[in-house]
Each structure stands twice: as structure tokens, then as C-alpha cells.
Design a protein around this ligand. Sequence first.
Ligand code: ACO
Length: 333
Amino acid sequence: MATRTRIVSTGMYVPSRVVTNRDLEELMDTSDEWIQQRSGIKERRWVSPGETTRGMAASASRQALERGKLKADDIDMIIFGALITDYIFPGTGVLLQRELGFSKPVPALDIRNQCSGFVYALSVADAWIRSGQYKRILIVGSEIHSTSLDLTTRGRDVSVLFGDGAGAMIVEACDEKTPHILDSCLHSEGKFADALTVIKPSANDFPRLSENTKFDTSIYPHMEGKLVFKNAVTRMCEVMTELLDRNHLRASDLNFVVAHQANMRINQMVLGELGIPFEKTHHTLDRYGNTTMATIPITFDEAVQLGKIKRGDLVAFVAFGAGFTWGANLLRY
Ligand code: ACO
């Protein structure tokens, strides 16, 4: 019988510090009304001094391990993703491995796919497990945005959207009869790479940094908001249709959709276009903002804990982000 991949358990972590839209009004020329109306975000979490990407990743991972009744050494591969990492190198995957206290030298892979990182990572994990190379994989997205945002009026179009947090998922080998991951569709379009970026510090600067290096605003995220918005709606609809068509399914066959949480208006348009009722989804955007690669596992975890997603449900994950990169997974939970 062919090997397939099942979801064992999930975990999440968000910092305890709540930053409301009103708090942002103190820092920049913005308003609670603008932020809620344009994005659907009411508040987000920001780290406090001492919290790290790897620390948040470890907290989310420990919760997933506990819920799966597993120990770190039961994992034989780590896939980690973050947009801005603890170190330039090495990747945070090995820092997480150290943090979790593995006794074996299990491999750790870092991926850089921003908001669609989790759908990419799940597809990679599924392929590895189906090939027989690994049996149980820990996938983690952990993001600290708050320390790298331009918190002045100059950066308000981006800064109000992002929050900090981590989400973890453990997947393992199973047989075909067990509910499992069915398919993944992944895409990218590098011609839009500059539409959503943090450019500095860059390897192309010579020297990269020196005593004379002037402060440069390209250390902050830059986003062409309307272009990203338009492409997010188009591509998320397209990739969902591709995924459903090639599995001979209709949108109405899905029990639940976990969509990336960048903007409530994007998700309303995508779900509306696909004809998926709002009861078949869950949102964390209002409370956590956009946590990039952590968003899908956080949102899935909450939906499972709330009993909105049940074992046996047919579920799709869909995400779009910087690159542009986008993709979707189809699974029987
Ligand atoms: N507060 C108040 N006013 C603001 C703010 C703010 N925080 N930000 C921008 N404005 C102003 C603008 O300056 C502009 O003013 P002007 O008309 O005087 O020039 C006005 O509000 C309207 O700005 P728009 O850009 O037209 O606003 P829009 O309705 O497009 O919404 C937003 C902006 C929310 C950023 C939207 O474009 C968006 O959500 N884009 C997509 C985000 C996304 O999907 N990101 C993808 C994933 S991220 C990743 O992968 C890392």
C-alpha cells in the first residue's frame, strides 16, 4: 500500500503583548477606523525584549509535540520558515533544533517563501514522506515583524498589517486508508519580486556595512499595496480552482478553507468568487494581523481547537505572498 502523509497535531504561540490600532495612533498618523475598514485588523501581538523567533517556534513546537504525545526525538526532519530570521546565517531551523534539545542530528531545512511558506513547506514534507525518506516532520513558521517595521507615518501602509507569532504542525507517514494530504499546487512569479520586499542589508552592497554606511529606509518593508492586493485575489482564486479541478472536486465539496490572513477584503473576495460561505472558514487576522508563514498553522490550530475543523473533513489551505509566491494544499484531516 502506498505511503501517505497525515497531520498528527498542531501548536501555536503568540506574544502576550497586545498592540491595538489605537496604540498605533500614538506612533503614526493612522486611525482605528482606517485600519479596520481597509484590512479587518483590530489588534496584533508584538514581542517584548528577550523573545526570539526560535523561542516562539519552540513554544509552538512543544505544544504540537505534547498534543501528539511525542518527544522531540520522535521527529526525523525539521522544516522551518521565517521572513526575517534570528541570524543572517545559520538558518533558524538549527536554532530550533538546539532549543528543543534533540539528541540525534536530525536535518533542519530553512525555506524563504514568506506568506505562502507554509503551503510550500507542507508540500515538501508530503513529498519527502511519500518517498519514504522521512517518517515524521515538524514544520514551523515563526515571525517577528514588529522589530523591523517603520513605525512612523512613512511606513504606515505596511506597519499596521503585520504581527508576531508562531505556528507548528507535525505530519507523519500513514497508509492510504487514513485521512491524508491529497495534493498541493505551488507557483511563483519573480517579475513581481520588487513589489513586496525588504532589501537591506544586501550582499550586493560593497562594502555591505561600514562605519560610513548611511541610514537607508530600504531596511524596512516596501509594498505596492494595490498590486499585491489585486494579484492576491486573482492568484488565490486561480490556484484553488486548479487544485479542485485536478482532484475532480467542486468548491462545495470542501468542509473548510484556511486562507492566508493578509487582508479581510482579500479573503471576502476570494471566498465570494469561489462561492464558499464564510462559515466554512476561520479568521485570526482581526486579533493577530498578518503573521506571514505562521498564519496558516495558527489559523488551522485555532479552528481545530474550536471544533470548527473535525477529523475526516476535506480542507484546503491557500496563501499568497511576496515573490510573488502562492499555492494551495488539499487534505482530508
Ligand atoms: N492609516 C491611514 N492612512 C493610510 C494608511 C494607514 N495605515 N496607509 C495608507 N494610508 C493612506 C494612503 O497614504 C492613501 O492616502 P492618499 O489617498 O492621500 O494617497 C490612502 O490611505 C489610501 O491608500 P491605498 O493604498 O489606496 O489603500 P488601499 O485601500 O489599497 O489599502 C492596503 C492599503 C491595506 C495596504 C491594501 O493595499 C492591501 O491590503 N494590500 C495587500 C496586502 C497583502 O496582501 N500582503 C500580502 C502578503 S504580505 C507577504 O507576503 C510578506
